[in-house]
Design a protein around this ligand. Sequence first.
Ligand code: ZN
Length: 301
Amino acid sequence: MKKVAALLLCLLVSSACREDLKWTAADKKPGPAASPAASPVAAKSADATPLPTAATPVPTRAATGQFKIIYTEMQTQSQHDLAKMLWRHGFPRRQLNILGSVYALPEDITIRVTECKAADGSDILNAFYLRETREIRLCIGFFRSIAMIYYDGTDYVKAIAHAHNVFQFILLHEMGHALIDVLKLPITGKEEDAADQFAIFVLADDLPEKDLPQAIYAAYYFKQSAATRQETYADQHGFSHQRVYNFSCWVYGTGPEHYAYLIDNGYLTQARAVTCREEWQQLKTGWLKLLTPHLKEKTTP
Ligand SMILES: [Zn+2]
């Protein structure tokens, strides 16, 4: 479905996009009593690797579209440092390498890590897919706000590592929007739900690397941050708590024997868990059917 040219697909409701959290001890928030999963990522304190300020294409096997990553120049040192941490973690090369080698894109999709400012100068805490320019825009202030959810006032490195996991899930959500657009995928129901499903699909199955803990980090983030959002019935997105249960249900459905702790920790109810296996299979079958015609192996001689 083609919407108006300037349509922005916003990960969060717009009213939540105007917060301006500062990375200071004074603004610290209580950290999680227990994270849903241990982070496999460890940040370091210094890095001389330059950020890619010009479009850096990730090679694909066919001469079609490419995913491209751009880190724009940041205006403040703190934002620049955050961007460097993301880049040092490999963000988002992993996603680009995986998806760029699997799907034949008819045109380029740009991923831009940048500062996003509202008219009043405050940070926009969000991520978008812009159909007009085929661009995913990831706001560095959004990354900082996610890290603040995990920050316990002492362990900055751990907070950044956890936020990196959430940000990867968010990128996959936006990639879902992008693929729906450029591949003209027929989606029924809410596109926001489909984008969430795509992220779980990529993390869980059919691609070389599985990383479902990222989805659990995302569930944790949405659960912790739900209280700060003004959600309305008219929004394109499901309510945060609904998304938490959805993420958890679909992850649980991939292997109930491995994810029973999601029920024990309140991320999933026993009643919902009954249908999760079937929900996951339906999700997986649907996305496989949508994407199989666009696999490079099918389209490249
Ligand atoms: Zn979205």
